[in-house]
Design a protein around this ligand. Structure first.
Ligand code: GLV
Ligand code: MN
Ligand code: MN
Length: 423
């Protein structure tokens, strides 16, 4: 219980060590504006993982990797065979991402485990730090592949044929990646008969709430649902200067009609339903040709499963009804149901925050996270820290060293509590 968090544990969480590790990671894929572009399963992703492995080995943690590339760093418990507590997040970034989304959750878990060990403490249960593969979905869509496969939400081969912008398949990228990590011990995919005792993910908030309310910690209670679609509109490419309007089958113009119709479908005066077209590819993509093909993405989110289902299910017909000259194929690539965390982890986080003296608030998450796929497997939850201006998925994303240290202290106290429980 966290009323008995050893002061030595909190004192052992090292703000400057955590920050300097974060800044070291931020150099791997650094882009202008202090951002990061470190796509999943790239050489940069591997460099970041090697750096993490080096820190883990220095600390005496056992390192292993599974068939979808999820990476585990294990601190041994004192009770043989006890179900482990898992803590982590992801190391890949958005193409124009920040220095904190994902990677901080992995480094905070490492910091927590290091603090436990350096404070001379032990835990009954093992603690496993995990870095899930491809959470962002920026290179290979959708996101959360590693956690979905691990939790049995989808078979690991589901995304073999998904390609990146260069036409490389997820399978080929994963094979190359596993080959490069062939020296790391291989472990079976998934809980392998022994579900973890709990899963805790630390993450930046990516929204404005904690900062606006002058709070230190978000105790995440739920995650809203998300659906992703890919829309292919096919018309015919032709000369921009010579093709009269009545002969054109312009895929861009029909895409505009489709998006206008989708804006009407998803209009929500309460601003709860979120609809985004974030990626657009036109072919042949030249100024003086009518576009013959367009592919665009749809990201739809809502906390209520019924609304998400109803609006998402209406997308295909809305698009088809809006087109004048082209045809469309709509493919759903991701459907994460809204998720509520059971009380075990949020309650532990609340007590840990109180023990650390952090001002905390229970709140839902608007972003999706690997944690939501762990819910059917074991009690799960998340710890948020404030994001400056609520900005995320952008190079200027920022949380201060102090805010991140507070988050790591709350995580350390939470993990120490959970990893010492009998049941
Ligand atoms: C996660 O990166 C999300 O898009 O919510
Ligand atoms: Mn993230
Ligand atoms: Mn993200």
């Amino acid at each position: 219980m966290t009323d008995s968090v050893p002061p030595a544990l909190i004192a052992a969480v090292d703000e400057s060590r955590q920050w300097s590790r974060l800044m070291g990671m931020a150099m791997l894929g650094a882009i202008p504006g202090e951002g990061v572009n470190r796509a999943a399963l790239t050489p940069l992703d591997r460099q970041a993982r090697r750096l993490l492995v080096a820190w883990a080995e220095e600390l005496g943690l056992a390192v292993s990797v599974d068939e979808i590339g999820n990476l585990f760093l294990r601190h041994e418990g004192t009770e043989p065979g006890a179900a482990p507590v898992l803590a982590g997040s992801h190391m890949d970034s958005q193409p124009s991402g920040g220095r904190f989304d994902g990677i901080w959750g992995v480094l905070a878990a490492l910091e927590a485990v290091q603090a436990i060990r350096e404070a001379g403490l032990s835990t009954r249960r093992p603690i496993e730090v995990v870095a899930w593969t491809n959470e962002e979905g920026g290179r290979f869509a959708p996101g959360c592949m590693g956690s979905m496969a691990w939790a049995g939400y989808r078979p690991a081969g589901t995304w073999d044929d998904v390609t990146d912008a260069a036409g490389i398949t997820f399978r080929a990228a994963l094979d190359a990646h596993l080959e490069a990590e062939a020296d790391i011990l291989r472990r079976p995919l998934g809980p392998a008969g022994t579900p973890p005792f709990a899963y805790v993910e630390a993450h930046i908030e990516q929204g404005p709430r904690l900062e606006a309310d002058l709070l230190d910690i978000g105790i995440v209670t739920a995650i809203q649902g998300s659906r992703w679609f890919v829309v292919d509109i096919t018309g015919e490419s032709s000369h921009a200067g010579t093709t009269p309007l009545f002969l054109r089958r312009d895929a861009v113009q029909d895409m505009v009609r489709a998006i206008n119709a989708l804006n009407a479908l998803t209009h929500d005066p309460l601003d709860v339903l979120r609809f985004t077209v974030g990626r657009v590819e036109a072919h042949p993509n030249t100024s003086n040709s009518v576009a013959g093909r367009v592919r665009f993405s749809i990201d739809l989110r809502h906390p209520d499963a019924a609304v998400l289902r109803e609006k998402g299910d209406a997308i295909e017909s809305t698009i088809k009804d809006a087109l004048c000259f082209c045809t469309a194929v709509v493919t759903e690539t991701f459907h994460a149901m809204p998720t509520a965390f059971q009380p075990v982890v949020p309650d532990a986080v609340e007590r840990a925050a109180a023990a650390v003296g952090a001002r905390a608030l229970r709140m839902p998450s608007g972003a999706f996270h690997d944690a939501q796929f762990l819910v059917p497997v074991c009690p799960s939850g998340m710890i948020f820290v404030p994001s400056r201006g609520g900005v995320s998925h952008h190079p200027s994303e920022y949380s201060s060293p102090e805010q991140l240290a507070t988050g790591a202290k709350v995580l350390a106290a939470t993990l120490f509590d959970l990893a010492n429980r009998e049941a």
